[in-house]
Design a protein around this ligand. Structure first.
Ligand code: MN
Length: 129
């Protein structure tokens, strides 16, 4: 699938690209929220991986903007953050993210977690008619 990765850390970006490309996915990159939002509008991806700690707009703000874009209504947004202990999972879901992957990224499970999130689809669409 086509995956947009919004991540400001070059090492994380490299690792994510490496792990997902190894599974046959196509990666596009954005290094801040504004760039990511623009990229998602231009070429709607199948899934968005969203770092929460970003310069300027944080990932929560980015998620809220992404969720306002009708063309992205079916696109899962997966938060990636190391702030697992601070209620950030709840904040990420409240901001419109559909799933959550914790840093540090585990190379053995990361691609499978992303694929599971894609298969699960949009959280908010479930149970609604
Ligand atoms: Mn970051």
């Amino acid at each position: 699938m086509n995956i947009l990765v919004i991540e400001d850390n070059e090492q994380n970006l490299y690792l994510v690209r490496f792990l997902l490309e190894a599974c046959g996915h196509r990666i596009s990159e954005a290094r801040d929220g504004a760039e990511g939002i623009a990229a998602a509008r231009v070429a709607v991806p199948d899934l968005i991986l969203l770092d929460i700690q970003l310069p300027q707009m944080d990932g929560y703000a980015v998620a809220r903007v992404l969720r306002e874009i009708p063309a992205l209504g079916a696109v899962p947004v997966v938060a990636v953050t190391s702030y697992a202990m601070n209620g950030d999972r709840v904040k990420a879901l409240a901001a419109g993210c559909d799933a959550y992957i914790e840093k540090p990224i585990d190379p053995d499970t990361f691609a499978a977690e992303v694929e599971a999130a894609a298969a699960a689809g949009r959280r908010e669409q479930k149970g609604h008619t």
